[in-house]
Design a protein around this ligand. Structure first.
Ligand code: NIG
Ligand code: FE
Length: 433
């Protein structure tokens, strides 16, 4: 079957119910939310499963024999997946979706020995993307993002968080957030927006980070909040970026305006940003490469999602990955995301991120899947509608052409996602299915 990807508007399917069968393995991820500890290892697997969908929502999920006997199922349209492995649609809870161009030149410089921080200090890195975005044609930005969204869908992602943060002035930040809102409306994947005005100190505030914080707090945050274009507020809090006191001020002000905090934390150095995330009851603390044992215990005792982005270590060629095993064993809520961005993680593939997580951080395949579905949904505060295949949730599904779910991370670097369904609509299908 061939279907034009990503063309439909986000309208729920109001046609006949749809009965989906041929799920050799149906990973429901049903049960406790968020997932911690041993619960991460139970994907709620059903063999020969079926899903019944009405108006874009799941109205039954279980064994084919039971679901197919329901009266609604008998009059439903039928979709036989032919014995595939079916997951909840993947949830990518950390992306920088809008940027104008790659930074392949920096990639080559890093391979030759320059570090990410050296390049940033010389005016490259985030600031080079900021300069390019401020000059970019809006249509070009939009087509690039649409192409990226097709890639996300082709790898099983049905919902994304997306950050601003390459504009850094009022006009370009609002334009980025407006573009995200437009994309959310005009194509089928759901996009939840985060204001990341504190991604770097822009050239107009060079050497005056505190003045930049005042600008963020007094001008950008109120304007963004009034626009209604963002739901979360994020800060890049790290060595060479914003400090913990600056991040506290920005996120506290954001929260006063109704923006839920998230944080880029402890990636390059241990600054105490993860601790700040806990104090602020942030939705998520992301990266966490440099956290220590006490931080791990504190995260485990909190409801802050530890969002790990191992694509960054992989792409930057670093050998020190976030301490996923320790976080999981301590009982933290662990999520995985791509961190799709031009500097540290230019990939739209959550399955590839799961492969890295399993091979490099010793997460089990079941843990990686829970981290990229139900726990990621929890970090976006959308777990009531997303992240598992259960009655009342959106019919968001990712279909993989593998024999069993462990093969999803096992076969790395090749895309085995053959179909993606968003609210009951096929938004991506590989020819051969
Ligand atoms: O999550 N570290 C900060 N932000 C991004 C990188 C952005 C960039 O280099 O353009 C990250 O890794
Ligand atoms: Fe990021």
């Amino acid at each position: 079957m061939v279907c034009a990807p990503l063309l439909r508007h986000n309208a729920p399917n109001v046609a006949l119910p749809l009965l989906i069968t041929g799920c050799k393995e149906l990973l429901t991820l049903r049960g406790a939310v968020p997932r911690r500890g041993a619960a991460m290892r139970d994907p709620g697997l059903l063999r020969d499963g079926a899903v019944l969908v009405r108006d874009g929502n799941i109205i039954a999920a279980g064994s084919r024999r039971r679901v197919a006997r329901l009266s609604e199922a008998r009059k439903a349209k039928k979709l036989d997946l032919g014995g595939r492995v079916v997951l909840p649609g993947l949830v990518d809870s950390h992306t920088h979706l809008i940027f104008p161009s790659s930074r392949a030149g920096e990639y080559e410089r890093r391979i030759a020995g320059a570090t990410y921080e050296e390049i940033a200090r010389q005016g490259g890195g985030i600031l080079s993307t900021v300069r390019a975005l401020r000059r970019a044609e809006p249509d070009a930005l939009k087509s690039r993002a649409l192409a990226a969204l097709q890639q996300f869908a082709a790898h099983g992602t049905t919902t994304l968080e997306a950050k601003s943060g390459y504009g850094l002035d009022l006009k370009s930040e609002l334009a980025t957030l407006r573009l995200l809102a437009e994309l959310h409306q005009e194509q089928p994947l759901d996009i939840h927006s985060t204001f990341l005005g504190a991604h770097a100190v822009p050239p107009e505030f060079r050497g005056h980070a505190d003045a930049c914080v005042v600008f963020l707090v007094e001008t950008l945050i109120p304007r963004v909040a009034i626009s209604g274009l963002a739901e979360f507020c994020d800060v890049y809090c790290d060595r060479g970026a914003f400090t913990v006191p600056q991040a506290r001020r920005i996120l506290t002000e954001g929260r006063a305006f109704g923006l839920v905090p998230r944080l880029h934390a402890d990636q390059l150095a241990r600054t105490g940003a993860a601790r700040l995330a806990i104090k602020l009851d942030a939705a998520s603390a992301d990266h966490l490469e440099k956290i220590n044992r006490a931080d791990i215990r504190a995260l485990a005792a909190s409801n802050v999602v530890a969002t790990l982005l191992p694509g960054c270590c992989f792409h930057l060629g670093l050998s020190h990955y976030p301490p996923a095993r320790e976080l999981l064993d301590a009982g933290a809520i662990v999520a995985l995301a791509t961190d799709y961005n031009p500097g540290t993680s230019p990939t739209a593939s959550l399955p590839m991120v799961m492969s890295i997580a399993c091979s490099q951080m010793r997460m089990s395949p079941a843990e990686a899947i829970a981290a990229a579905t139900i726990n990621a949904a929890y970090s976006l505060r959308r777990h009531m509608r997303l992240g598992s295949i259960e009655v009342g949730k959106y019919a968001d599904l990712a279909v993989f052409d593998v024999e069993e779910y462990r093969e999803i991370p096992y076969y790395f670097g090749v895309n085995h996602c053959v179909m993606t369904i968003k609210r009951g609509e096929v938004v991506y299908a590989r020819d051969e299915i």
